[in-house]
Design a protein around this ligand. Structure first.
Ligand code: HEM
Length: 309
């Protein structure tokens, strides 16, 4: 892929006529040897291919033509692209948490921790993506808001899958996706599968910790409710060696929980700035509803256990 190219202007420049006063090329430098001298420039020829290997892999042409603003307002483009970028990060994060959950099921803590750590960097990148929308004034947002109709991030299937993996299950959240068979099937599967938190608790039980049977055998399609015995297990783990594998697992999960909470709060503040106490396009009470959602603690016992260490 990185062969020197005769078409490269950089190369022809080095083999062109020598400017008056310019230092003469060394005697051994010929067109051929100049092309072979590092650093080589990328190949400009793609032979008989109709597309580039980059395009085949990245599908950048597809990706960069998926932007169809609904208004004439120039500010809508960044709203749309930020939303699309966040959807892509949701997709990567779901992939990481899925990898982590499967690895925990196999007792492979190395793979699980790698995936969780990657997901914290991805969550940071996701949260950084709020920047262009964080300071919208109501007038700026109004310029395209009505064009969004009833469209709302509330209808994001990938965000819902993230919540399901965190243990925040809700069958009613499938309702908006009834008309989209693929999304609905993926959500239904995610609803029925044990969450990342369920897999963590099963691993703790296999390692001899007193996780109650009722927790281990709970219906994974139901929202996880915090349990005092699970809190006691984490308090015991955290009271032990800080180098222990399970403390490191607890801390990686706490990082995830904190960053999800930060996303929710950044979303809440951006919404408060852009639309005050108006109703949401998805039909909710808007900020008041988001405030309630942002109060939820991800992996609750990892937070409450800290009071008992
Ligand atoms: C400043 C711009 C934004 C405003 C004013 C805003 C406003 C809202 C409001 C009012 C809701 C509540 C549901 C409703 O009635 O619509 C909501 C939910 C939601 N929004 Fe946004 N939003 C913004 C940007 C974004 C972006 C860029 C994303 C990225 C995908 C996003 C994702 C979500 C999600 C996932 C929910 C559901 C939250 C939950 O179920 O707890 N929002 N948004």
């Amino acid at each position: 892929m990185s062969q020197p190219s005769p078409n490269d202007p950089a190369h022809s420049a080095s083999t062109g006529p020598i400017e008056p006063g310019a230092p003469a090329e060394p005697e051994h430098a010929s067109a051929d040897s100049a092309e072979q001298d590092p650093p080589f420039s990328p190949d400009l020829s793609i032979g008989s291919r109709t597309t580039t290997p980059y395009e085949d892999y990245v599908q950048a042409d597809v990706l960069t033509h998926l932007q169809h603003p609904l208004s004439d307002d120039p500010g809508e483009m960044v709203f749309l692209v930020t939303t699309q970028v966040m959807e892509l990060w949701f997709t990567v994060i779901v992939h990481e948490w899925h990898t982590a959950a499967e690895a925990l099921r196999r007792d492979d803590l190395t793979v699980a921790m790698d995936a969780l750590h990657r997901s914290t960097y991805e969550l940071e990148a996701l949260n950084a993506a709020w920047k262009p929308l964080a300071r919208l004034t109501p007038a700026q947002f109004n310029a395209y808001r009505s064009a969004l109709g009833e469209g709302s991030g509330f209808q994001s299937a990938m965000y819902r899958r993230m919540e399901f993996l965190l243990g925040e299950k809700s069958a009613s959240m499938l309702v908006p996706h009834r008309g989209a068979p693929r999304e609905h099937a993926e959500l239904e599967k995610a609803l029925q599968e044990p969450s990342l938190w369920d897999e963590v608790l099963r691993l703790l039980a296999r390692r001899g910790h007193a996780v109650p049977d009722a927790v281990l055998r709970r219906d994974p399609a139901l929202r996880y409710e915090p349990d005092p015995a699970v809190e006691a297990v984490w308090a015991e783990i955290y009271a032990g060696s800080q180098e222990a594998e399970l403390v490191r697992l607890g801390e990686a999960l706490t990082d995830v929980a904190e960053l999800v909470w930060r996303w929710r709060n950044d979303h809440l503040v951006a919404t408060r700035r852009a639309m005050g106490a108006k109703m949401g396009t998805g039909g909710s009470a808007g900020v008041a509803w988001l405030e309630k959602r942002a109060r939820k603690n991800v992996f609750p016992e990892l937070w409450t256990a800290r009071s008992h260490v």
